[in-house]
Design a binder for this molecule. Structure first.
Ligand code: ADP
Ligand code: MG
Length: 237
């Protein structure tokens, strides 16, 4: 992401944001509510149009008006705080919908892959359940499985534990740890500072739409350069 600017109705929400995410690394976005974390993720996932600046994915400029935006979106998985599963579909159907409809994967193959994913995320045996039969943590893991089903190059996670009861947070964070071990490239917005410190290679502190500080997790948490970062971490940790 280079010099990205995003406004909503005249107010600047992202200002000259630059961010480089090396493949197979985890980047954590931290910062107060309203600092622009979700907007940054939405811009990266092409769910919002940037006003200025460029975003590249695998060397291709995805903000180029001539880029095939649907094709790009298929390479990026996004998971939100609210899991947004389709309530009238089983877990299996939720996961296989995009591979079958968008990627034209045959049903049997899509279901086989979905079952493998469910197994991997500790949800083997849940394929036939409807979402309302599952706990929040299980639903969020299904949402992650759904995002992974199209084999994305990049996974964007927006406060995926924020809506969960505290006792269910761990199982979702475990999934993220597993994905990191598998080498998945991820950018996640989080208020879980202990987790960010543990799992992130790189940490970005956003303040009023600006990346105020960016560095290795140990540096940003252990020895922040900016007074505002220090203050934020003192308040929250
Ligand atoms: P964070 O995720 O860090 O809490 P957001 O990216 O959600 O921050 O919001 C950053 C700022 O942008 C906030 O001031 C918010 O009110 C504003 N904002 C976000 N989305 C919209 C929108 N669709 N329309 C208008 N303002 C928005
Ligand atoms: Mg947000």
């Amino acid at each position: 992401m280079e010099s990205v600017r995003k406004t909503f109705g005249g107010s600047v929400v992202l200002r000259d944001v630059g961010l480089e995410v090396p493949p197979h690394t985890v980047t954590a976005l931290i910062g107060a509510s309203g600092s622009g974390k979700s907007t940054l993720l939405r811009c990266a996932g092409l769910l919002e149009e940037v006003d200025d600046g460029t975003i590249h994915l695998d060397g291709e400029e995805i903000t180029d008006p001539r880029a095939d935006q649907d094709a790009v979106r298929r390479r990026i998985g996004v998971v939100f705080q609210a899991y947004n599963l389709f309530p009238h579909m089983t877990v299996l159907d939720n996961i296989t919908l995009a591979p079958r409809r968008v990627h034209r994967v045959p049903r049997a193959r899509a279901e086989e892959q979905a079952r493998e994913l469910l197994e991997r995320l500790g949800l083997g045996g849940r394929a036939g359940d409807y979402p309302d039969r599952l706990s929040g943590g299980q639903q969020q893991r299904v949402a992650i499985a759904r995002a992974l089903a199209v084999r994305p190059r990049l996974l964007l996670l927006d406060e995926i534990t924020a809506a969960l009861d505290p006792e269910l947070v761990g199982e979702v964070l475990d999934v993220v740890r597993g994905l990191k071990d598998d080498g998945m490239t991820m950018v996640l917005a989080t208020h879980e500072m202990g987790f960010a410190r543990e799992v992130a290679d790189q940490v970005c502190f956003l303040d009023g739409g600006v990346v105020l500080e960016r560095g290795a997790a140990e540096q940003v948490f252990g020895d922040p350069r900016q007074e505002r970062t220090r203050r934020f971490l003192r308040r929250i940790v």
